[in-house]
Design a protein around this ligand. Structure first.
Ligand SMILES: [Zn+2]
Length: 218
C-alpha cells in the first residue's frame, strides 16, 4: 500500500502499490492527488508537473489542492447571431401584431393575430431552447484536469488529466472566427480519438492557452 494525506481534505488516503506515483482521486473529497512512489524506487523531487508557468501567468498553481481555473459554457446567441436575431425579430413581430389586433381589431383580423402569436411562440421557443441547451453544457478547467459536463435531465461527464493531454485542437469556420467562437477537442495519451469535444465555445484560443499552462510541455 502507498498512502499520503490528501492535498485538500488532509485525510489519509491509501492505494495499492500499483498506484504508486499515479494520479488518483481522493475517495473522500474527489481531489486529484499524486501518490508517492514506492520506497526504494526513484522518487522525483516534486511529483507531478510543477512548471510554475500557470502561476507566472496569474492563474492558480499547477500543484496543491484542486482549484477551478475557469469555466465556460457554449455561446447561444454569438454562435448563431443572424439566426438568433432573426428569430427574436420574428417573435417580436408576432407579439406586435397580436397586440395591434387587441387595440384595433379592424387593422389586424383575428386569424392573422392568431397566426402571428403562434409564430411568436414558435420562434421564441427556439431561442429559449438554444439558451437552455447552452446552459446544460459546461467545460470546467481546474489546475489538474478538464471536465466536460452536458445534459439537462441526465448528466454525462468526461474528463482528462492535464498531465495526460496529448493534443488540444480548435476548429473554427470563417464566421465562427468573426464572432470569436469555435469548437475545442482534447485528446489524451491514454485513449484513442478525442476524449473531450465541445462546440460553440466562446474564446477557444484563450481556453487552449490556459489548458496549455497546466500541461507538461517540452
Ligand atoms: Zn480529499
Amino acid at each position: 500500500m502507498v498512502s499520503k494525506s490528501c492535498d485538500r481534505c488532509e485525510r489519509t488516503i491509501e492505494f495499492p502499490d500499483e498506484q504508486a506515483g499515479a494520479k488518483v482521486e481522493c475517495p473522500y473529497c474527489g481531489d486529484m492527488n499524486t501518490m508517492p512512489a514506492l520506497a526504494g524506487t526513484h522518487v522525483p523531487a516534486s511529483p507531478g508537473v510543477r512548471s510554475g508557468r500557470a502561476e507566472a501567468a496569474g492563474y492558480p498553481p499547477d500543484f496543491g489542492p484542486e482549484q477551478r481555473v475557469l469555466m465556460v459554457r457554449p455561446a447561444w446567441v454569438r454562435s448563431r447571431p443572424f439566426r438568433a436575431i432573426g428569430a427574436l425579430l420574428l417573435a417580436a413581430g408576432g407579439v406586435v401584431l397580436g397586440l395591434t389586433h387587441l387595440v384595433s381589431p379592424a387593422a389586424v383580423p383575428k386569424w392573422a393575430a392568431i397566426v402571428a402569436v403562434l409564430a411568436a411562440v414558435g420562434f421564441g421557443g427556439v431561442v429559449l431552447w438554444w439558451w437552455v441547451e447552452s446552459l446544460s453544457a459546461a467545460l470546467e478547467v481546474t489546475n489538474k484536469r478538464t471536465v466536460a459536463r452536458r445534459g439537462i435531465l441526465s448528466r454525462s461527464t468526461s474528463e482528462v488529466l492535464h498531465d495526460n493531454i496529448r493534443n488540444v485542437q480548435i476548429e473554427q469556420t470563417f464566421w465562427q472566427r468573426v464572432w470569436g467562437v469555435g469548437s475545442i477537442g482534447i485528446s489524451s495519451s491514454g485513449q484513442d480519438g478525442i476524449e473531450i469535444e465541445m462546440d460553440r465555445i466562446p474564446g477557444p484560443q484563450r481556453l487552449q492557452q490556459v489548458i496549455d499552462l497546466y500541461r507538461p510541455l517540452d
